[in-house]
Structure formats: C-alpha cells, structure tokens
Write a protein that binds this ligand. Sequence first.
Ligand SMILES: Nc1ncnc2c1ncn2[C@@H]1O[C@H](COP(=O)(O)OP(=O)(O)O)[C@@H](O)[C@H]1O
Ligand SMILES: [Mg+2]
Length: 247
Amino acid sequence: MAKTVLACLNVSKRYESRSVLENVCLTLNSGERLALTGPSGSGKTTLLNCLGGIDRPDEGKIMLNGDNLCEMSGDSLAQLRRTRIGNIFQFFHLLPTLSVRENVEFPLQLLGIPRDERRALSSKLLERVAVAHRIDAHPSRLSGGEMQRVAIARALIHKPQLLLADEPTGNLDSQNGANILALLQELTEETGTALLLVTHSEEATKICHRVLRMRDGKLLERPDHGGQPAATPPAALEDRSPAPQGL
Ligand SMILES: Nc1ncnc2c1ncn2[C@@H]1O[C@H](COP(=O)(O)OP(=O)(O)O)[C@@H](O)[C@H]1O
Ligand SMILES: [Mg+2]
C-alpha cells in the first residue's frame, strides 16, 4: 500500500476578514504527482506555502509523514523545511551572488554537510539535470531553462520527501517548459518524491497522476479531466484511502 507523505485536513486561512482557504483536504502519496490548477487569486500559492511550512493556516492539520506542521515551533518548521521539503518557483529565486554550484549546495551548507560531500552531491545532480557545463556561472549568465534546471537541482539536493512547485514552467517557452516537465517526471520517478505542481498548463497536468482544481479557496476534484493522464499512476496508488490513518 502506498505511503501517505502529506495529508492536509480541513485547512482554512483568512487574510483579515477574507477567507482565502476553506476546509481544504488533500492527501499525497510517495511517488505521486498531483497537479493543482485554478484561476489567479484562488489560493494556490497560499495553500502551497501552508503545506511547505512557510505560512500557517488558521485552522486544520497538515501532516507530513506523521508530524503536524501546525503544531510546530518556528525553529522546528525551519528545520523541517531544510530537511524534508523542496521548493521550485516560477521565477527560479536563485541567489544572484552565488555560482550555480554554490546555489545548489546552499541547502546542504545550511545542514552543515562537509564540503567534499556537498561537492560530490552537487556535481552528480548538476550532471543529471544537464547544467554541469555551467557549474561556475552566475545565474545572470544562464538562460531561463538553465536557471530552472539549477533550481530543480537545488530543490532536490537534500532528497526531500515532498517537492512543491509553483508554476515552474510559467516563465519558460514551450520547449523549455516541456523539458522541465520531463525532468520533473523523471527525477520524481527515480527518487519516489511526492510532487505537488501548481500550474496553468495543460501540458503540466499530463505528467501528473491526478488533477485538482481550486476556486475561491476551495478544492474541487476537476470533473473535466476526462482524458487519460500521460503518467501511469504508481500501482499502489490505486489503493488510496480517502482519509489517511495513523498519521
Ligand atoms: N499576504 C497576503 N495578505 C493579504 N491577502 C493575500 C496575501 N497573500 C495572498 N492574498 C490574497 O489571497 C488570495 C489568494 O492568493 P494566492 O494564494 O496568491 O492565489 P493564486 O496563487 O491562486 O493566484 C488572493 O486574493 C490574494 O490577493
Ligand atoms: Mg500563485
């Protein structure tokens, strides 16, 4: 049976008096890729930030492999983000003063991983995402596609259980977008990392096993996802239970 990595139970959030998330429930299993679509302003980024421990909901539970993020102190949440979550953003968010290698190694540096070990891991992963030839370049010298490859390497270098991507192809042309999606699919398949992918792109939903849609802070199973997903769901996902137990 597939392992539930993330379970979000009745999560609600308000900004001042306005409800931005309303009773959001979702589960994500290891190896599963879930697409989240919805119009601008529907709450996708707010939800992702709550699931990633960057923001806190007002109500509900967010369980990451048995730990409730909503009950954690700020320090524990920071440690959880560093060790168990990877983030990829639309605008890459690479550190401009660091080289490609230094950007990718940055999460490991925060964890106090020794230099030689960092080097070995970053070299291998940069090779894998096909930007090893730009290892000493600074982000301003990279193309959009290269920047996103570096950002993917940075998000995966510490082997997170959960990868959160907020419109990662939204700032790329279609060819680079397609390459990035293929890379995300391959890498998450290799590592079994669960992926939650916020996207406006129909192409991006095709690499996912499931598509959910948000509207006005509420999550809807997308009824119009009639076609077969391109991705074959991990076999064990068929045994997905609606309410996760024992978290
Ligand atoms: N820090 C904030 N303060 C007040 N309102 C916010 C804040 N962040 C987001 N919002 C509002 O919450 C709603 C959802 O935003 P967001 O999660 O960014 O949506 P999406 O990612 O789907 O475009 C929007 O109406 C937005 O204006
Ligand atoms: Mg957004």
